[in-house]
Each structure stands twice: as structure tokens, then as C-alpha cells.
Design a protein around this ligand. Structure first.
Ligand SMILES: NC(=O)c1ccc[n+]([C@@H]2O[C@H](COP(=O)([O-])OP(=O)(O)OC[C@H]3O[C@@H](n4cnc5c(N)ncnc54)[C@H](OP(=O)(O)O)[C@@H]3O)[C@@H](O)[C@H]2O)c1
Length: 185
């Protein structure tokens, strides 16, 4: 059987679809312990984590997971001491992931926005969209760049041919809920 690389997007967003504040930092209001545990377990279930350079630099890799760092500074795909560095403009995704995981494997995508946008085009198998209810992040950084008046995260996931599954209560007291969006078939 040919190897496959199902891509799973993972994000927690505010009511106004933001992943970070205007400075690029994740506000405390978007941090939730139960979601963090669930997020870490999903990363553990994946063979590689693909993330933007800023997120890579900001979040140390204490568990020494295999990472692909997305950056325009890479000539294509190269192995550095801290992981694989990949430039999507210089090497297509199928070629890059086949080199990193030749036997296939599940791929976690925890963002940020540029990386979430990239895989909206390349294709998610799943997107775990967690919402922290009653949280707003004025002037914040949205999950996808295409989010705006009249265009929500859910609109863009649906336009990318994903369908929502049943909501999962991550932390009922805090109003944190995750909806798994899945590509049919
Ligand atoms: N709430 C959430 O679920 C969530 C999820 C993700 C991130 N965050 C938060 O958001 C912040 C970081 O996110 P961010 O969006 O500011 O930055 P980021 O995605 O971590 O990093 C941005 C960098 O990634 C590279 N990059 C991204 N897309 C690229 C593309 N298509 N081609 C080439 N390079 C690309 C570029 O690096 P070069 O400049 O080297 O080219 C860009 O400067 C952090 O605070 C993080 O904690 C929150």
C-alpha cells in the first residue's frame, strides 16, 4: 500500500476566530489546561509537527518531537539540528513529506496563520477547531487570513470540503468545546 500523510489542523480560537493577539502572542484567555492536554496528546499521536518559524522559536521542543519548521529562509527542505526546515515556495509538499516520513504517518499542524492557510489549500484530513466561548481578541490574529466580516472559520473549513462532527466538551465549566471537522471518505 502507498504511504499516506493525513494532515490534522489543531487550533483554539476566540469567538471572533482569533488565535493570537495583535502582538502575535497567545492571550491567557485562550489558554485552557484541558485543551492543552488534549493538544499534547494529539501531537503525540502524530509522526511529525509542522509549524511556522515564530511558533517554533517561541515554543521549545521539550518532548523532542519531530518538527518541520515552515520558513522562507530554507532553500527547499533541509535537516537542521532542531528539525526539518521547509520552504513551500521551493519544494512541493508531497515531495517534502515523502522525504521526512517515507513510510507515511499522521501530520499535526498547530499553525500559526500562514501555516493554517497553507494547508487549507494543500488539504486537511481533519481540523480540530476548539472554541473558548465568551472570549474576544480585538485586533487579534485570525485563524485563517481569509476570515473577515461574514466569513468565519467554519465557513472556510466548509469551503475546503470538511464537514463538522459532533462537538466534544473539552472543559464544560470554562465553556471550551472542540468540533472535529473531517474530510468525508
Ligand atoms: N490559538 C492557537 O491555536 C494558536 C495556534 C498557532 C499559533 N498560535 C500563536 O500565534 C503566534 C504565532 O503565530 P504566527 O502566525 O504569528 O507565526 P508562525 O506561523 O508561528 O510563524 C510565522 C513564520 O512562519 C513562516 N511561514 C508561515 N507561513 C509560511 C509560508 N507559507 N511560506 C514560508 N514561510 C512561512 C515565516 O517564517 P520566515 O519569516 O522565516 O519566512 C513566518 O514569518 C504564537 O503566539 C502562537 O502561540 C496560537
Amino acid at each position: 500500500m502507498s504511504p499516506t500523510w493525513p494532515v490534522v489542523g489543531l487550533a483554539i480560537v476566540s469567538d471572533d476566530d482569533c488565535i493570537a493577539d495583535e502582538t502575535g502572542s497567545t492571550p491567557a484567555s485562550l489558554r485552557n489546561d484541558a485543551d492543552w492536554q488534549r493538544f499534547q496528546a494529539e501531537l503525540d499521536a502524530c509522526a511529525v509537527t509542522v509549524l511556522g518559524r515564530l511558533g517554533h522559536v517561541a515554543h521549545g521542543n521539550a518532548r523532542n518531537r519531530l518538527r518541520i519548521v515552515v520558513s522562507s529562509s530554507s532553500p527547499g527542505l533541509e535537516r537542521r539540528p532542531d528539525g526539518w526546515w521547509w520552504n513551500p515556495a521551493a519544494m512541493p509538499w508531497p515531495q517534502a513529506i515523502a522525504r521526512v516520513l517515507p513510510d507515511g504517518g499522521r501530520v499535526a499542524v498547530p499553525g500559526g496563520q500562514g501555516v493554517f492557510d497553507l494547508f487549507l489549500t494543500l488539504g486537511y484530513a481533519e481540523f480540530h477547531l476548539t472554541r473558548a466561548r465568551s472570549v474576544r481578541v480585538p485586533r487579534g490574529r485570525t485563524l485563517f487570513s481569509g476570515i473577515g466580516p461574514g466569513r468565519t472559520a467554519e465557513d472556510l473549513l466548509a469551503a475546503a470540503a470538511l464537514v463538522p462532527g459532533d462537538p466534544v466538551a473539552v472543559d464544560a465549566t470554562a465553556g471550551v468545546t472542540m468540533v472535529p471537522w473531517v474530510r468525508p471518505g
